[in-house]
Design a protein around this ligand. Structure first.
Ligand code: GLA
Length: 551
C-alpha cells in the first residue's frame, strides 16, 4: 500500500490527473474518411431554425449546383432536429412539427439525390441546445442511427458528465447461474492485488476487509480460478461498500478479452453495502476477472467516452447490415469536444475527425484564431483521422472576398474537413440555372484547392519559418502526391505584401518529394496561371493569400 503522506505520490497523482494516461494503440479504422469529409451542415447559418423542408432544399441545391459533383456529399443536420422526449422504446425521435416524416424518410430522399445524410447528438445528457443526448444511451442511439441509414455523425460535448476517477471498495465477488445458484464466492482477501490496491480491515464487511485503491488507474484486483464447465452467460454479483458518497466507476475485465463497465451512483448510507449484478460471458475452464478503474483524468474520460460511441457505431452498422441482408452503411464519426481534452492525441483511435477549437464565427479574427491553433497540429492528422478547425463560414457574415478565399485556402492546406456553412440554395438562380458568377460559388468549387485538401497522401501543411521575412506573412508547405508540393502565402496584415520565394529552399525540406531542378513548374491555384522558374512572387492584399503548386 502507498504510504499515507507521500509528497512524491501526490505530485505524481496531480500529473496523472492532467494528462492522457490511456494508451492510444490503434486507429479507428472504419475505412472511412480516407480524405477529409466534404459536405454541408445546418449549424453555422441556420442554427435552431431548421426543418425537413430546408434540409431537402439544401440537398436539392447541392445536387443541382454541382457542389455534389465537386465532392460535397454529406448533408449534415446539426442540433435541434430532436424531439424533447425519447419515444416509448427509449429511442431518439424527431420534433413532430419541424421533422414530421422522421429521419429515415429524409435520409432516403437525400440518398435518392446521390447524397448522404448526417446527424448530430452530444456526448452528454443533453445537446448544446438542451435536447436529449446520447451519454449512457450509446448503444440504442447507434442502433437508431444505423437503422435510419445516416452516414455521418457529429458528437458534441455539451452536458457531458466525466467518468469518475473513484472506484468502489470491493467486499465480495460471486459468480453463478441466473437460476440463483452461486458456484463461486471470493472475499477481498482472496484477490491478487497489484499497484496501490490494498486491503483495509473492516469488521462489518463480510470476510473482514475491503479492497481499496482501485481508483484513477492506481491498482487492480484479480479474482482467478473461476471454473466453469461450459462457456456461456453467467451472473456476476459484486458486493461493494457504500462508504464515501460519490459517483464511482469500475471496469470488469474478463480474461483480458471483454470489458464490462459499472457506473456506481453516489450511494445512500442507510445500509452499509450494495450489490451490483451483471451478466458476463465466461469461457469453459478457468476464468479471471480483473477489477480496476483506469480513468485518472478528464482526458482519459473523454477518450473513453468517445471511443465507446465510436465502437457502438461500428458495431451497429455492421449488425444492421447483417440482420437485414443489406450493404453496410458505415458512419463517419466526427468528434466535437472543441479541443478541450487534446483530442488530437486520442481522436484517431476514437473516430474519423476531431474538433481542435471552440466554435467558428464568420469573422476574420475567429478564422485566424482557429487556423493558428490547428496549423500546429498537422502531425496528428492523416487518412482516416483529421483535425477539424470547425465548419466553413465562406459566404457568411462579413468576411470579405479575400478573407473567404484565404479561409478556404487555409482549410484546404490543413486537410480540414470541408463542411459548408452557407445557404447553398442561393447558388440556384430563379430561372433554375446555376449562378456560376457567384464569387462564393467559385471559391467553394475551385478544383485546384479541393484537390489540395483531398490529396491522397493526406499530409496537412506546416508553417515554415524564414521564407517571408515578415511576421505578418505565413508560408505554408504541404507535400502532394505525384512529386508536387503546395505552397500557400498568407497575408495576415492590413497592407499589401510582396513575397519572393526561392523554390530550392522548399524542395530542400525532408518531407517534400520534389526533385531539385533548374526550372520548376509553378501553377497558381486561384488564377490558374502557369509559369516556370526557380522562384515565384506572391503579391497579396489585406488578409489575402496565394496558393501555388510546384512540381
Ligand atoms: C456546439 C458545437 C457547434 C454546434 C452547436 C449546436 O457549440 O461546437 O458546432 O454543433 O454546439 O448546438
Amino acid at each position: 500500500m502507498a504510504p499515507k503522506h507521500c509528497p512524491i505520490c501526490a505530485v505524481k497523482k496531480f500529473i496523472r490527473s492532467k494528462r492522457l494516461n490511456q494508451p492510444v494503440t490503434e486507429k479507428y479504422n472504419n475505412g472511412m474518411a480516407l480524405t477529409p469529409p466534404m459536405g454541408w451542415s445546418s449549424w453555422n447559418l441556420f442554427k435552431y431554425k431548421i426543418n425537413e423542408t430546408l434540409i431537402k432544399e439544401i440537398a436539392e441545391a447541392m445536387a443541382k449546383s454541382g457542389l455534389a459533383d465537386a465532392g460535397y456529399k454529406y448533408v449534415n443536420i446539426d442540433d435541434c432536429w430532436q424531439n424533447s422526449s425519447r419515444d416509448e422504446n427509449g429511442k431518439l425521435q424527431t420534433d413532430f412539427i419541424t421533422f414530421p416524416s422522421g429521419i429515415k424518410k429524409l435520409n432516403d430522399y437525400v440518398n435518392s439525390l446521390g447524397l448522404k445524410l448526417g446527424i448530430y447528438s452530444s456526448n452528454g445528457t443533453h445537446t448544446c441546445e438542451d435536447y436529449p443526448a446520447s451519454l449512457g444511451n450509446e448503444r440504442i442511439d447507434a442502433d437508431t442511427f444505423a437503422e435510419w441509414g445516416v452516414e455521418y455523425f457529429k458528437y458534441d460535448f455539451c452536458h457531458n458528465e466525466p467518468v469518475p476517477t473513484a472506484a468502489p471498495w470491493i467486499i465480495k465477488v460471486n459468480v453463478g447461474e441466473k437460476s440463483g445458484c452461486d458456484f463461486y464466492e471470493a472475499f477481498a482477501k482472496d484477490a491478487v492485488l497489484s499497484g496501490e490496491a490494498c486491503l483495509e480491515k473492516n469488521e462489518k464487511a463480510e470476510g473482514g476487509f475491503f479492497i481499496k485503491g482501485l481508483c484513477a488507474g492506481n491498482g487492480a484486483a484479480e479474482f482467478k480460478d473461476i471454473d466453469v464447465k461450459e462457456a456461456g452467460k453467467y451472473v456476476l454479483t459484486l458486493t461493494v461498500s457504500k462508504a464515501k458518497k460519490e459517483r464511482k466507476f469500475l471496469v470488469i475485465s474478463v480474461n483480458s478479452k471483454k470489458e464490462y463497465y459499472l457506473d456506481v451512483p453516489a450511494l445512500n448510507h442507510y445500509t452499509p453495502e450494495h450489490r451490483f449484478q451483471l451478466e458476463i460471458n465466461l469461457e469453459a475452464g478457468e476464468n479471471t476477472i480483473r477489477l480496476y478503474n483506469p480513468i485518472a483524468s478528464k482526458k482519459d474520460s473523454a477518450f473513453f467516452q468517445y471511443k465507446l460511441m465510436g465502437n457502438e457505431l461500428k458495431r451497429a452498422t455492421k449488425e444492421y447490415a447483417e440482420k437485414n441482408g443489406t450493404e453496410e452503411k458505415k458512419i463517419i464519426f466526427s468528434i466535437c469536444e472543441w479541443g478541450r481534452n487534446k483530442p488530437w492525441l486520442w481522436g484517431a483511435e476514437a473516430g474519423n475527425l476531431w474538433r481542435t477549437t471552440p466554435d467558428i464565427i464568420p469573422d476574420w479574427k475567429s478564422v485566424m484564431a482557429l487556423y493558428e491553433i490547428t496549423v500546429r497540429l498537422g502531425k496528428y492528422a492523416g487518412p482516416g483521422g483529421w483535425n477539424d478547425p470547425d465548419m466553413l463560414e465562406v459566404g457568411n457574415g462579413n468576411l470579405t472576398h479575400e478573407e473567404n478565399r484565404s479561409h478556404f485556402s487555409l482549410w484546404c492546406m490543413m486537410c480540414a474537413p470541408l463542411i459548408l456553412g452557407n445557404d447553398v440554395r442561393k447558388f440556384i438562380k430563379s430561372d433554375g440555372t446555376v449562378d456560376k458568377d457567384s464569387k462564393v460559388y467559385q471559391i467553394l468549387t475551385n478544383k485546384n484547392l479541393i484537390g489540395i485538401d483531398q490529396d491522397i497522401l493526406g499530409i496537412p501543411c506546416r508553417k515554415v519559418k524564414g521564407l517571408s521575412h515578415s511576421p505578418l506573412v505565413d508560408v505554408l508547405v504541404k507535400p502532394l502526391d505525384g512529386k508536387r508540393v503546395a505552397v500557400c502565402v498568407l497575408n495576415k496584415g492590413r497592407g499589401s505584401k510582396k513575397v519572393k520565394v526561392q523554390i530550392d529552399k522548399i524542395v530542400a525540406f525532408a518531407d517534400v518529394n520534389v526533385d531539385k531542378k533548374e526550372k520548376y513548374n509553378i501553377f497558381n491555384c486561384w488564377t490558374e496561371e502557369k509559369n516556370e522558374g526557380k522562384e515565384f512572387v506572391s503579391i497579396t492584399q489585406k488578409h489575402g493569400c496565394e496558393v501555388f503548386i510546384i512540381s
